[in-house]
Design a protein around this ligand. Structure first.
Ligand code: G6P
Length: 365
């Protein structure tokens, strides 16, 4: 057991630290100069036909899908929708032969995701699976498969599968933008340069682990907390909150920052921890006023953002993250959130790799 943990005390920590390598391998396999190797996944003809994308998944893979939707909208300028797999069939999704339906699943065995794929196929959609497990049920059912190169993920709380799913969705968005001519040559090169830098930036981010361990000690005695963010930061907040719930049993919820005042702010008491994601540069002033609102009601604010003295000044704790183009910040800001959940779980003496009531893959509806 120890041997496969490679010297790490837990699989989760090992898998968090494997992210730079897993991402590098995924990128190196798919990107060659300005070419992204998806010609066998989506031909030019198929790309011309598509007018809409659905991304369908559960849990952490669903959160990767939210980031993917953002990338498809922003980078390839293609309408994208994301649905939780277990709800997909009840929503009468508008799917036909011009729909590209992408199913994201680490295990490739989640029954809700598999059933949603069958439904989309029956309506004529072209289906792509993004999965980590070769030969899994979802990979066999899909028209096309893209494998994440994450290596086996053992810890129940998903980390490296999430970021590798995200990188594939981003690469797909860039590939689609390039081949539908909605992405300029200049932006293509700019985005691919950023993609290539992501593994190094994550490596830098992982060096802050001691600081995050220290902050985690302030959370172990809390019963509840909140995560807030705007735009892409809200999507990252959802995944950060899920990580915390899964392995620390602290009740946390994520809200869009602007929605907080429409009800949920009533829950803020003296000392309630609020983790604020503030990586979207043009939204910093709005985040600062949200932080002031929260502080005035007694919240203990931990902010994650690019280094900014005004943000630092209003926060109780500030975790600076590596600077990156707004559109890609979800790859960087999730790292301190994974570590924060991990160290809080350790501080509470919880079996972090096998938290109660959860299974690595869920094969019942
Ligand atoms: C379970 C796991 C989660 C995972 C979800 C989807 O609930 O505990 O970590 O995100 O299933 O799993 P999949 O294998 O489809 O990505």
């Amino acid at each position: 057991d120890q041997a496969t943990k490679n010297g790490y005390p837990h699989f989760m920590l090992k898998e968090i630290f494997e992210q730079p390598k897993a991402l590098r391998e995924t990128i190196n396999r798919m990107v060659h100069e300005d070419n992204i190797g998806f010609e066998n996944i989506l031909s030019r003809e198929e790309l011309e036909k598509i007018n809409k994308v659905y991304i369908v998944a559960c849990g952490t893979a669903y959160h990767a899908g939210l980031q993917g939707k953002y990338a498809l909208n922003k980078i390839s300028k293609l309408e994208a929708n994301v649905e939780v797999a277990s709800e997909f069939r009840y929503n009468d999704p508008f799917i036909d032969e011009r729909t590209l339906a992408i199913f994201v699943s680490q295990s490739g065995e989640t029954l809700d995701t598999l059933e949603a794929m069958k439904e989309a196929k029956s309506k004529g959609a072209m289906t792509i699976a993004i999965t980590n497990v070769v030969g899994s049920s979802i990979s066999r059912e899909a028209h096309k498969v893209i494998y994440t190169m994450a290596g086996p993920e053992i810890a129940v709380a998903s980390t490296k599968a999430y970021t590798t799913q995200m990188i594939i969705l981003y690469l797909l968005a860039i590939y689609i933008g390039k081949n539908r001519n909605t992405l300029s040559k200049k932006d293509l090169n700019h985005y691919l340069n950023i993609i290539n830098e992501i593994p190094n930036k994550i490596e830098q981010e992982l060096k802050n682990k001691e600081e995050i361990l220290t902050i985690s000690k302030l959370l172990v005695d809390k019963n509840n907390g909140f995560y807030i963010g705007r735009g892409l930061d809200y999507q990252t907040a959802l995944e950060g909150s899920l990580k915390m719930k899964e392995i620390t049993y602290i009740h946390t919820e994520a809200f869009p920052s602007g929605e907080l005042k429409h009800g949920s702010i009533a829950l803020i008491e003296n000392g309630t921890p609020v983790i604020v994601l503030a990586t979207q540069k043009e939204l910093i002033d709005k985040s600062i006023s949200n932080i002031k609102e929260l502080k005035a009601r007694g919240a203990f604010v931990i902010t994650i953002g690019f280094d900014n003295e005004n943000l630092r000044a209003v926060s109780d704790k500030f975790i600076p993250v590596e600077n990156i183009d707004n559109i890609f910040s979800g790859f960087i800001s999730i790292i301190p959130l994974q570590l924060l959940a991990y160290y809080t779980s350790i501080g509470k003496n919880i079996d972090v790799d096998k938290p109660r009531n959860l299974a690595k893959s869920v094969t019942v509806e």
